[in-house]
Design a protein around this ligand. Structure first.
Ligand SMILES: CSC[C@H]1O[C@H](OP(=O)(O)O)[C@H](O)[C@@H]1O
Ligand SMILES: Nc1ncnc2[nH]cnc12
Length: 290
């Protein structure tokens, strides 16, 4: 039976959910290794949710080192159908200010060293990714933010999240290039999660918390970790409020997401041709098609 239909991945500055009650700490193993940390399953707004600190509770994992597959697989194994990511981002646009919140609807992938698929080893699948973030879940998240009327924080619905490799921040030339491409915000983590969540048929949406103007803005200092953490600390309480409100709304009115059937027409390899070991390691993801 599902332990939690809603999952939360907390990024920089969001290492635990304060309001989570009756918490169980679950140390999960997956065919793709261990997740970033234990998954905390508990009750939020009367609903069972699973929380994972993306970089570990002591922030010991770099973006490049994140066990993305294990993290998404662990969420899937708990029965998660909706996954909310809370992430720190830099702004690439003047009207997107530090402390604002963005619910992006697109990505540009500038990563170079990451595995972003569960497939291979005898099974080929190509999921649709034209709408990389779930529009329905993003809508619930946006409505939750808007309903809270947070002071000092504007909501931006839609926008392009540029996902870079890191760990060093961008050069000015890169930052300006991303601006010229129409990028709205920049971060280092969400693209792989969104792809893997899609392959695992989990609806995924991002609450992007703006912490800085990266390094392009002539009137603002270039991003530093200190700046990111300071602004996140100012915003952490609001982020938790938004997550609680989203969970409340989602549990009252669950949305149906195209992501929940993402594999229906995506798998090219006849399943009776897939090696047993591969079938076994993808059991939780392929289950309903086997
Ligand atoms: C601490 S600044 C850079 C760091 O913050 C963001 O992390 P997350 O997406 O997990 O909130 C960014 O992607 C970098 O990993
Ligand atoms: N400017 C920036 N670039 C990449 N990741 C970030 N996370 C927060 N601010 C960032």
């Amino acid at each position: 039976m599902a332990q939690a239909k809603i999952g939360i991945i907390g990024g920089s500055g969001l290492y635990k959910m304060d309001a989570l009650q009756d918490v169980r700490e679950m140390n999960l193993e997956t065919p793709f290794g261990s997740p970033s940390d234990a998954v905390f399953v508990g009750t939020l707004e009367g609903t069972s949710v699973a929380f994972l600190a993306r970089h570990g509770r002591h922030h010991h994992l770099m973006p490049t080192e994140l066990p993305f597959r294990a993290n998404i697989y662990a969420m899937k194994s708990l029965g998660v159908e909706y996954l909310l990511s809370a992430s720190a981002v830099g702004s690439l646009q003047a009207d997107v200010k530090p402390l604002d919140m963005v619910v992006p609807d697109q990505f540009i992938d500038r990563t170079r060293q990451r595995v972003s698929t569960f497939f291979g080893n005898g099974i080929v699948a190509h999921v649709s990714f034209g709408e990389p973030l779930c529009p329905e879940l993003s809508q619930v998240l946006s409505e939750a933010i808007a309903s809270l009327s947070l002071p000092d924080s504007s909501l931006h619905r839609g926008g392009t999240y540029v996902c870079m490799e890191g760990p060093a921040f961008s050069t000015k030339a890169e930052s300006n290039l991303y601006r010229s491409w129409g990028g709205t915000i920049i971060g280092m983590t969400n693209l792989q999660e969104a792809k893997l969540a899609r392959e695992a048929e989990i609806a995924y949406a991002t609450l992007a918390l703006v912490t800085d103007y990266d390094c392009w803005h002539p009137d603002h200092d270039s991003v530093t970790v200190e700046m990111v953490i300071q602004n996140l600390q100012r915003n952490a309480h609001n982020a938790q409020k938004v997550i609680r409100e989203t969970v409340k709304r989602l549990s009252q009115t669950p949305v149906s997401s195209p992501a929940h059937d993402a594999l229906k027409y995506a798998i090219l390899t006849p399943l009776d041709q897939v090696p047993d070991a591969t079938k076994q390691s993808l059991d939780i993801i392929l289950g309903k098609y086997l």
